[in-house]
Design a protein around this ligand. Structure first.
Ligand code: DX5
Ligand code: ZN
Length: 219
């Protein structure tokens, strides 16, 4: 079953706790939390204090996507704030293997994200250590951007890498431009976790948007 992870980047920040509750009621599976530092990406969002403040709003897992430089310096802060799983960018880690293992040693599933301009080859040396691979389907930084079609090639490549190694338990996540038009193609290419910001928070009926995405959109 496809997992739907609504991104609170598209929520009304003035009532973030309530927005998260609505997502839980609407059938979201994970709460996707986009942390941006204004350096790794050209936007600044929130950090551990805000995550901690909304932790009690839901029992759903907090899927924390760190778009920050040197994430190894603050992994513990995100865990203390309530992260249930943490994804770091390959491009932001000088010692990616060490950072992935520092997340796992603290008992959390670890993910690695790659930008649209990064080859899937960087995943090969650490693929056996991962719980999740995030293929960015837009350049990270903002919600509401258009899906980059070449992402489908990368998804198929990673799905093959996982299948060839018997790593079907590793989640393959997509993030950026996922909506009712693009959902079917990414699922067909092998994604099993769909992040969606505008497609969920911009919908009049969020429950319908979530179930529509899960079913593969308009296909
Ligand atoms: C992009 C973020 C995404 C973003 C997705 O930098 O990582 O999670 O919020 O937003 P939509 O679904 O609107 O493209
Ligand atoms: Zn994200």
């Amino acid at each position: 079953m496809t997992i739907i992870a609504p991104s609170i980047l598209s929520a009304d920040f003035a009532k973030l706790g309530d927005e998260i509750k609505v997502i839980e009621q609407a059938g979201g599976d994970w709460i996707h939390i986009d942390v941006m530092d204004g350096h790794f990406v050209p936007n600044l969002t929130f950090g551990p204090p805000v995550i901690s403040a909304v932790r009690s709003a839901t029992a759903l897992p907090f899927d924390v996507h760190l778009m920050i430089e040197r994430p190894e310096l603050s992994i513990e802060d995100y865990i203390a704030a309530g992260a249930d799983r943490i994804t770091v960018h390959a491009e932001a880690c000088t010692h990616l293997h060490r950072t992935v293992h520092s997340i796992k040693e603290k008992g959390l599933p670890a993910g690695v994200a790659i930008n649209p301009g990064t080859s899937v080859a960087v995943l090969e040396p650490i693929i056996h250590d991962l719980d999740l691979i995030l293929i960015m389907t837009v350049n990270p930084g903002f919600g509401g951007q258009s899906f980059i079609p070449y992402s489908l090639v990368k998804l198929r490549q990673v799905r093959s890498m996982l299948d060839e190694r018997g790593l079907q338990h590793v989640h393959l996540q997509v993030d950026g431009g996922i909506n009712l038009e693009t959902a079917a193609a990414v699922i067909e290419a092998g994604a099993d976790v769909l992040v969606a910001g505008n497609a969920v928070f911009g919908a009049k009926d969020r429950a319908a948007a979530i179930s529509g995405l899960r079913l593969g959109g308009t296909k």
